[in-house]
Design a protein around this ligand. Structure first.
Ligand SMILES: Nc1ncnc2c1ncn2[C@@H]1O[C@H](COP(=O)(O)OP(=O)(O)OP(=O)(O)O)[C@@H](O)[C@H]1O
Ligand SMILES: [Mg+2]
Length: 317
């Protein structure tokens, strides 16, 4: 054990950024322990890219502090740039070069020697399943392949902290999974990842911690499971063959929400088997026979909708 523990990958405190009188970040705090993944969620314009830009030294904050691997982004940008890799929201691929040439160019920017550059490019092309397209102009790549090349380019310099700004936007489900696997293997190698995403499933799949950004503040912070627990509760949805059966069931469940158009009754209930069993028992006692039963648990989408946007802000204030 050393006396001083390694600093967290990212430590942000009271970070503030405004463009004119538009406050984008109104004092946010974030921490990313080493070797873990933090997902930053938020609606369009919430300030996700702005946060990434501040942490990667492209944009200056007005107030607060931000450290990456212990280096202050405001006073030690050079050191920060030496340890990070950034896959921006918009592609950094040069369409006139081939994927291999793009990677070799990055290798040169990272001062790798010629042999090392070639090896690194080949390894990354293989890992991202880009070998077949490696020697055609990158302009001909599909959107998804270009995205993968973007991430491959980020990894040339073996960064220890990686920023991924909406890494899988526009990817098909298979490519998205390839990318998720790569992120997981990076983390297994000890790399720390901050990713922004619009896909709540992505945060659920990859993130140790999720921070939800809205109205310039972090409005929720926790593991995906913790956030889901804070979401609107789960329910048992019962569907009936006719209005008579629906009516009989609705009488038995005072808290149920009845929808005559779809002949369903949504009964708020925990999703564990004994609770669901209790709903079924009560339904049987009512004499109504349901045609279909579905246990619906809240996803991160529900959390997102409950926490962000004008309605959520009204509730919070
Ligand atoms: N250079 C700039 N000048 C003025 N306003 C800016 C600038 N960059 C960003 N903004 C504003 O800051 C706000 C946050 O933008 P940002 O790009 O960080 O959002 P985001 O969360 O990444 O959104 P998206 O999900 O659409 O990518 C927006 O209202 C945007 O218009
Ligand atoms: Mg953005």
């Amino acid at each position: 054990m050393t006396a001083t523990a390694a600093p967290p990958a990212i430590a942000v405190s009271g970070l503030r950024k405004a463009y004119g009188d538009h406050i984008v970040l109104d004092g946010i705090d974030l921490e990313l322990p080493r070797g873990s993944v933090l997902a930053l969620l938020g609606p369009n314009g919430a300030g996700k890219t702005t946060t990434v830009n501040i942490l990667s030294t492209l944009v200056r904050a007005e107030a607060g502090s931000a450290r990456v691997a212990g280096f202050d982004v405001a006073t030690n940008g050079f050191a920060v740039r030496g340890v990070i890799g950034v896959t921006g929201q918009f592609s950094a691929v040069d369409g006139l070069l081939t994927p291999r040439e793009n990677l070799l160019l990055m290798g040169r920017l990272h001062h790798l020697d010629r042999a090392d550059r070639g090896k690194r490019a080949a390894v990354l092309l293989d890992r991202f399943e880009l070998t077949e397209a490696a020697d055609q102009p990158a302009a001909a790549l599909s959107g998804g392949m270009r995205r993968k090349l973007d991430l491959a380019m980020t990894l040339v310099g073996r960064p220890s902290v990686v920023f991924l700004d909406e890494p899988t936007t526009g990817l098909d489900p298979r490519s998205r999974r390839v990318l998720w696997d790569i992120v997981r293997s990076l983390v297994a190698d000890g790399v720390s990842v901050l990713l922004t995403t619009q896909y709540l499933e992505e945060a659920d799949q990859l993130a140790d911690t999720v921070a939800v950004l809205d109205g310039g503040r972090i409005v929720a912070h926790g593991t995906p499971a913790e956030l889901k627990r804070a979401a609107p509760g789960s329910e048992v949805r019962l569907t009936f063959a006719d209005v008579a059966a629906l009516g009989r069931a609705a009488d038995a469940f005072v808290s149920g929400v009845r929808d005559d158009a779809t002949l369903t009754l949504a009964v708020p209930s925990p999703s564990d088997p004994p609770s669901v069993r209790a709903v079924i028992d009560r339904l049987e006692r009512s004499g109504a026979v349901a045609e279909h039963l579905e246990v619906a648990t809240p996803g991160l989408d529900d959390v997102f909708l409950a926490l962000t946007g004008p309605d959520a802000r009204k509730v919070a204030s």
